[in-house]
Write a protein that binds this ligand. Structure first.
Ligand code: ADP
Ligand code: MG
Length: 257
């Protein structure tokens, strides 16, 4: 089966720093895959290259077998790659439903000359996406007043409006309370299962990663040092070394034992 995402020898240098240094991996259809690693490991830089926000220094990215290296973000988005941001990207002055409607209009390539148009178009479709993420009851609230966790769920609905085959989520649960994190990732896992979407996500909470990811990759100083199942990654000596250095090992306090 063709991988949804195939990354070959991806490199990004900033001045003399190799932020991403020869990264290769695949994401299979319907796979929920985590990319973890310490701060500064190169996770966001990887995501930015996959989404076309940053040009790669070298290497290639294939989406469903098609080489998308160097394509602009809009092009990649059109090909079915959705993204949620480390910092939420919603229009604060609009309501929850309007934000999703805007995304739907963009997906359906409807240009709107009269802004009020947005209030009517795709309302039903927006509501059903909001239903999926558990936000239907807040459809008519202004984004500006939403709790952080709700904004993150809205962002997921906005990403789904593009009917993505691949979702890239860079620290989707950053800033959320532990219970909310688990809820958002459970929701993501359900969506993966129901819609057959592939998801690549970064996350620093190891409980969330190990509870939900089908496969886990570990990035350290720009290089992938592991790519496998939870058990394989947990037992990888190099990974243990990297995380022991950080003080915790997959949710357990490092007591030095
Ligand atoms: P992560 O998301 O894993 O925390 P990043 O991808 O944000 O890591 O950063 C990887 C490395 O690249 C870091 O050393 C960071 O300082 C550097 N870096 C990231 N973006 C830039 C940039 N635009 N210019 C220069 N250096 C950058
Ligand atoms: Mg980051």
């Amino acid at each position: 089966m063709t991988a949804v995402l195939k990354v070959e020898n991806l490199v990004k240098t900033f001045g003399g720093i190799k932020a991403v240094n020869g990264v290769s991996f695949e994401v299979a259809p319907g796979e929920l895959k985590a990319l973890i690693g310490p701060n500064g490991a190169g996770k966001s830089t990887c995501f930015n290259m996959l989404m076309g926000q940053l040009p790669a220094s070298s290497g290639q990215v294939f989406l469903n077998g098609e080489n998308i290296t160097g394509r602009p973000p809009r092009d990649i988005w059109r090909r079915g790659v959705g993204r949620t941001f480390q910092i939420t990207g919603t229009y604060q002055s609009m309501t929850v439903a309007e934000n999703v409607q805007m995304a739907l209009m963009s997906h359906h390539r409807r240009l709107f000359s009269v802004f009020s148009y947005a209030y009517k178009l795709y309302r039903e479709e927006a509501l059903s996406l909001l239903e999926i993420v558990g936000m239907a009851d807040q459809a008519d609230r202004a984004c500006a007043v939403l709790a952080y966790g709700d904004l993150k769920r809205l962002e997921l609905a906005i990403a789904l409006a593009n009917a993505p085959t691949l979702l890239l989520m860079d620290e989707p649960t950053a800033g959320m309370a532990p219970k909310e994190r688990i809820r958002l990732m459970q929701l993501t896992a359900d969506i993966v299962q129901e819609r057959g979407v592939s998801v690549l996500f970064t996350e620093h909470d190891m409980d969330v990663v190990f509870a939900h990811a089908h496969h886990i990759m570990v990035l350290n100083r720009g290089e992938l040092i592991a790519d496998g199942t939870a058990a394989e990654v947990r037992n990888n000596a190099h990974v243990q070394e990297v995380y022991l250095g950080g003080g915790t090992l997959f949710g357990q306090e490092n007591t030095g034992a």
